[in-house]
Design a protein around this ligand. Structure first.
Ligand SMILES: [Zn+2]
Ligand SMILES: [Zn+2]
Length: 329
């Protein structure tokens, strides 16, 4: 089969013919239709996330159809449409798994990192970690929901129920979360990189009531903020415009150092959080809510052959909405 493969870190994806994966116990084999491109893929290829499986097929926002079920796998029928997210396997027995926090599992394995992912014509996945995809979404439109949407949704829940929500970095995840937040009755304030007037227009078109540059002071203080761009300074920028009790949440897996700051910025029960991974419960709650909210994903589609160029485009920041690789047309 055709796949985009990483052989070393830092590296560049190369289109390669490799053997089709064999379906194992409890797994389904999936003919991949579309796979979303995530900033985490960039961090893996660039070596900012260390010790991936190598060689590796990246990609953890996979939409496809089941073509075969392995021994003991009975959840899906051949032909069923499924999505595969970042969380690929958990132990089920560690203290985190037993307390409803499988996102923190000590032995978790992640799709497109510890397990080959969806930048390929076929993949295999543990059926317990797959999601049925609501019929409202096409394969292409559903792909960004599987990480940008789900992990963003987890970040939104950790941000609490504050009304005035800041979103820093208006890319794949933020453009989905903005729509969810507005449907929940929140007021969204979008922050882009300096000079990105197109990004600000994009945010306003999706329901944000204000858009400006990172470091700008919004017209009102924020009750919560989610930081999607991997820039530690943004945690401080958000604290500076946060109201008492505000929660500032970093939704990314990698971030540059957070500069030191005075305690007065944190005082009055402001807090900083990170979000790690997702639980299956996050995904099961998010997908129906996204469908009910009428979430519309804005995508730039490239063929699998252009996986390396897609990562270059993401690195440049020149993407409106989400990048998706079309594997099967
Ligand atoms: Zn565990
Ligand atoms: Zn991701």
């Amino acid at each position: 089969m055709k796949a985009a493969v990483l052989v070393e870190q830092p590296g560049r994806l190369a289109i390669t013919d490799i053997a089709e994966p064999e379906v194992g116990q409890g797994q389904v084999k999936i003919s991949v239709s579309a796979c979303g491109v995530c900033r985490t893929d960039l961090h893996i290829v660039d070596g900012e996330l260390t010790e991936p499986k190598l060689p590796l097929v990246p990609g953890h926002q996979i939409v496809g159809s089941v073509v075969e079920s392995g021994p003991g796998a009975e959840r899906f029928a051949v032909g069923d449409r499924v999505g595969v997210p970042w969380l690929g396997w958990t132990c089920g027995t560690c203290r985190f798994c037993r307390s409803g926090r499988e996102n923190l599992c000590l032995y978790a394995r992640f799709t497109g990192y510890d397990i080959d992912g969806g930048y390929a014509e076929f993949t295999v996945a543990d059926e317990r970690f797959c999601f049925p995809i609501p019929e409202e979404f096409s394969d292409i439109d559903a792909a960004p929901l599987l990480c940008g949407g789900m992990i963003g949704f987890r970040a939104l829940n950790i941000a609490g129920d504050g009304e005035r929500l800041g979103l820093y970095g208006f890319g794949s995840s933020a453009h989905i979360l903005c729509q969810i937040a507005v449907s929940q009755g929140r007021r969204v304030f979008a922050f882009t990189r300096p000079g990105d007037s197109a990004g600000q227009e994009f945010a306003l078109s999706l329901g944000a009531e204000w858009a400006g540059e990172s470091g700008d002071r919004p017209p009102e203080p924020l009750d919560a903020a989610i930081i999607f761009a991997p820039v530690g300074q943004l945690m401080i920028d958000a604290l500076k415009v946060a109201d008492r009790g505000a929660r500032i949440v970093s939704a990314g897996i990698h971030m540059s150092d957070i500069p030191s700051f005075g305690y007065d910025l944190l005082w009055q029960e402001r807090s900083l959080h990170s979000v790690a991974n997702l639980t299956r419960d996050d995904g099961e709650k998010f997908l129906p809510e996204a469908a009910a909210a009428g979430v519309r994903t804005v995508t730039t589609v490239r063929p699998l052959d252009q996986a390396a160029e897609a990562l270059d485009q993401l690195r440049s920041g020149e993407v409106e909405g989400s990048l998706v690789l079309q594997v099967r047309s």
